[in-house]
Design a binder for this molecule. Structure first.
Ligand SMILES: [Ca+2]
Ligand SMILES: [Ca+2]
Ligand SMILES: [Cu+2]
Length: 324
């Protein structure tokens, strides 16, 4: 079970090996695990108004090379590269924004995992200097368990979404993401779809635009510059999240596939972390020095009830057969 609010010395948070692996990355640490999925199945989302009809890109089916030969994170299972076929599907040009999620909650009254648990993981560097002491993750002390941190209070306390309506919603668990997608008439992309979309039609490239991190010295995504975790210079224009449509889209029309926020995918990570769901793309906290996962092929995962200030998601859907 996840730690309840206020159990500050709870060894039951027990950073297991699985969680330790996750904590080594900017994907943060984890809450409890599988039990939350069963519990969530019983929670019905009452739709009382029409969900938005977001612009979803239609991607044709195709064959691509999934994964990479990079050896730096062997335990992530990026490789070996293999040929994968993807059916035609639809996917959003950008991640679900705070404004999008506000509409969902207004229509359904949905309560996120973080709201029910009473806390979420916030990157310490985003907290005000005089913030009350918080519990840190041992293996990744920049991650702080902040009481009251939720999608609408991203740094806990009295923080709010002022000026961030078009930023990606964060502090949403995989369960929350799934609930939103169902309401919006879609689903989360699976990992193969995500990577196919993120690659933008470029075969085997490291990033959605090619192999060079900053072509011509120009930043193409929101990651971390400076010395992690002490100081983010924000040289790419953003320390913390950026608007969902910041930076040029890739060849398939997707913005910020890599960088900005990790994006939940539908499927499970695999045998090494069986209870965890995939996350792809890296985040504004990724730094080459310790988490070089802002690449198309990079993988991470977390338990379905985990949330953090750098995890969001993107809506996908099946291609609907039209008549006539
Ligand atoms: Ca940045
Ligand atoms: Ca992203
Ligand atoms: Cu990272």
């Amino acid at each position: 079970m996840p730690a309840s609010a206020g159990s500050t010395d709870d060894p039951g948070m027990a950073w297991t090996d699985e969680q330790g692996t996750a904590a080594a990355c900017c994907g943060a640490a984890s809450r409890g695990g599988e039990v939350a999925v069963a519990r969530d199945e019983r929670r019905a989302v009452a739709t009382v108004s029409e969900p938005p009809r977001p612009l979803l890109l239609v991607l044709p089916g195709g064959v691509f090379t999934m994964g990479s030969t990079e050896r730096r994170y062997r335990e992530d299972g990026e490789g070996p590269p293999r040929t994968v076929h993807v059916e035609a599907f639809r996917i959003a040009a950008h991640a679900v924004s705070n404004d999008d999620f506000t509409a969902f909650v207004a229509a359904t009254g949905y309560l996120t995992t973080a709201e029910r648990e009473g806390w979420s993981f916030v990157f310490g560097g985003l907290l005000p200097d005089r913030f009350p002491p918080t519990r840190a993750v041992a293996a990744a002390p920049w991650w702080r368990q902040v009481p009251g941190a939720t999608w609408f209070r991203p740094e806990g306390g009295v923080s709010d979404l002022e000026g961030r309506g078009d930023h990606p919603v964060v502090h949403v668990s995989w369960l929350d993401a799934r609930a939103y997608c169902r309401w919006a008439g879609g689903r989360l992309p699976d990992e193969a779809e995500w990577e196919y979309a993120a690659r933008g039609g470029l075969e085997g490239a490291r990033y959605p635009w090619g192999d060079e991190l900053t072509p011509g010295g120009e930043h193409r995504m929101n990651v971390y510059q400076g010395r992690f975790p002490e100081h983010d210079t924000g040289e790419d224009g953003y320390a913390g999240t950026a608007p969902v449509d910041a930076f040029a889209p890739n060849g398939h029309g997707l913005h910020n596939a890599t960088g900005n926020v990790w994006e939940w995918c539908a499927d499970r990570f695999g045998p090494s972390r069986p209870s965890q769901r995939n996350m792809r793309g890296g985040s504004y906290l990724c730094h080459e020095s310790y988490c070089w996962r802002y690449r198309c092929a990079a993988r991470s995962a977390n338990t379905p009830d985990s949330s953090a200030g750098n995890i969001g998601f993107r809506l996908a859907a099946n291609v609907v057969a039209t008549t006539g």
